[in-house]
Design a protein. Sequence first.
Length: 250
Amino acid sequence: MTALRPLIAGNWKMNGLGSTIAQAYEIAMALGATPTRARVAICAPATLVDRLARAVEGSDVIIGGQDIHPDPSGPFTGDISAEMMADASARMVIVGHSDRRSAYGETDALVARKALAALRGGLEPIICVGETRAEREAGAALDVVRRQVRGSVPSGLAGSDFAVAYEPRWAIGSGRTPTLDQIEEVHRAIRDEMTRAFGERGLGVPILYGGSVQPSNATEILKGREIDGALVGRASLKAESLLLIARATG
Ligand code: PGA
């Protein structure tokens, strides 16, 4: 179990309408009645960020976004900047999720710019990395993840709050997860990269695991060394399951 304060972040992806706000409210109420050791965040579609933030106001629930453009403003039709996200009351943002790396060809360099943009806008970025199934089968998972971390986590983040999420692409939405040993091995490599880049402060960077985290496997995963929380997709859409995962942090 991690010595850091764990972070359990839900990633609603392209799911959620006004009616879904009740789920966040339920989480806020439940955490108010029985707080958890973990920080709990919901990274929501941009259309819901402002309304969610108002629905959970005064609670410990953190509302975040799922992506930002690296620039503060400009002719980027359809995009949203960190400043806009923060203006909508987001406090966190996911950058470099594999959905975006694979569907939109986001590179490590772009992800690094987005991470710095988050900082500029006052948001805490969750920077995602993770290997494909073919890369794992070729024995290249550690090399791939180390390379992604070096390219996507800029040194300019030194001294600010951010998290890294290890999300093996083959585990996302598949119901399959790596073994605890495999997760710990990658998290150790990420921790090593963090201390190389940020010295002592690298020990304080939360390293989250993501990919088919469910109430049924959360306790097993979250007890692992260097596993400081989880990025949760499908299971975060139901208040009850996100709460169960948050409570699995002890
Ligand atoms: P999943 O998604 O929990 O549904 O596998 C995780 C993620 O994509 O962040």
